[in-house]
Write a protein that binds this ligand. Structure first.
Ligand SMILES: C[S@@+](CC[C@H](N)C(=O)[O-])C[C@H]1O[C@@H](n2cnc3c(N)ncnc32)[C@H](O)[C@@H]1O
Length: 385
């Protein structure tokens, strides 16, 4: 179809390409002519009709327009027509007619057009950003007007009632919001300390933390991070297991456990031995693989001190507070049961679980001791503790 049309157009004795381009452009700019052309091109008409459309273009080119028409039309910014024209130009090039200079000028006008559009988009975006900023500032101002710290009397009245958790939560949020933009949102006559003191009281009431812990946490973290941390503490942790590489490989373990109905996945990229258990149809602490020491049930965060220590084969390592042996058994696996580990535990009763886990996990390079780690200065001669 396209080739037929192209042939038809070729046989119609076209005017020089550049002129044809301008005339087409002009033609499309005139609403009535444009409609005609659009009808011709897009209505799915027969080839004859399309050829007639091509012919019509040619007729109109011949009829021409005066200079006023040209200038009036060429002042307008009408990119779709330029696109249409460029398309037409390609067709003609395919058909073998030569028009190097014409196509150069096309791409130039096209580039200018794109630049203008791009500039207009940038300007529009800048205007929108300015509006958004102004709106945000207005919102902040309105919101900050709404929140104020409770008075001494209000706090005393609050203490007479059971804690209103929803209200406490809302107030903590508001305090964090004000502290995050203190200059603009502070209540007149208040200091940062006023807000932080109130936040400490509310954190204590809401989460049940004691004053000491709250003070340490508030001193340690910026308020936004502090709230994220405390909220994270509240979330239940997923069950994690650590593959015992003295006994098996993670993939083999995952295969055998999933056959038992344990839904699990690799922990994350930073651990080669961790698996997260999402759901299990069997008790994860009583599978044959567990009893055979193929894995240890261990929070992912407990992997980190051992990974940071990065114990090497044949080293001598002390685990100063070892029971029930989670980290000791991981250290032993990384050392491939070579070197020596001193696993110390102050509480005699906990030595049982420690030794039981060492046996279960196949650890053979460890000596268990029962001292107060603070008083055993001999441990200090060890490089890795
Ligand atoms: C959180 S547990 C250790 C967990 C262990 N590191 C693991 O990964 O399984 C803390 C242990 O340290 C012991 N402990 C506390 N103070 C100690 C001390 N001064 N000397 C030796 N052990 C101590 C406790 O009895 C307790 O068993």
């Amino acid at each position: 179809m396209a080739s037929n049309k192209s042939q038809g157009a070729k046989s119609k004795n076209q005017p020089p390409k550049k002129k044809q381009r301008n005339d087409l452009f002009i033609d499309k700019k005139r609403p009535t002519k444009k409609d005609e052309v659009l009808d011709d091109v897009s209505d799915g008409h027969s080839e004859e009709e399309e050829e007639a459309g091509d012919l019509l273009d040619g007729d109109e080119q011949m009829s021409g327009f005066d200079d006023d028409d040209v200038s009036e039309i060429s002042d307008e910014d009408d990119a779709p027509w330029a696109d249409d024209f460029l398309q037409g130009s390609d067709d003609n090039e395919d058909s073998g007619s030569s028009s190097t200079s014409g196509s150069g000028s096309d791409s130039h006008s096209d580039e200018t057009d794109i630049e203008e559009k791009s500039r207009a988009i940038d300007e529009q975006r800048a205007r929108e950003e300015e509006d958004a900023q102004a709106e945000m500032e207005l919102n902040i101002k309105e919101e900050s007007d709404e929140f104020r710290l409770p008075t001494k009397e209000e706090l005393e009245a609050e203490q007479q009632r059971p804690p209103d958790l929803a209200n406490l939560q809302m107030r903590m949020k508001e305090i964090v919001r004000v502290l995050s933009n203190f200059k603009h949102m502070r209540q007149e006559g208040t200091t940062r300390k006023d807000y932080i003191d109130q936040l400490k009281i509310d954190l204590g009431s809401y989460y049940g933390y004691n004053e000491f812990l709250i003070r340490v946490l508030v001193d340690m973290f910026p308020v936004v991070e502090l709230m994220e941390l405390i909220e994270a503490f509240e979330k239940p942790r997923p069950t994690c297991i650590r593959t015992n590489t003295l006994r098996t490989h993670r993939r083999d373990l995952a295969d055998v456990l999933s056959k038992r109905g344990v839904e699990l996945d690799q922990l994350s990229k930073w651990s080669k031995v961790g698996l997260v258990v999402y759901n299990s149809h069997v008790p994860i602490g009583a599978t044959p693989e567990y009893l055979a020491g193929f894995y240890y049930i261990q929070g992912a965060s407990s992997f980190l001190p051992v990974m940071a220590l990065a114990p090497q084969e044949k080293e001598r390592v002390v685990d100063m507070a070892a029971a029930p042996g989670g980290k000791t058994t991981y250290v032993a696996a990384l050392m491939k049961n070579s070197g020596i580990i001193y696993a110390n535990e102050i509480r005699e009763a906990r030595l049982k679980s420690l030794t039981a886990n060492l046996h279960r996990m196949g650890v053979t390079n460890t000596i268990v001791c029962n001292y107060d780690g603070r008083e055993v200065s001999i441990f200090l001669v060890f490089i890795r503790i």
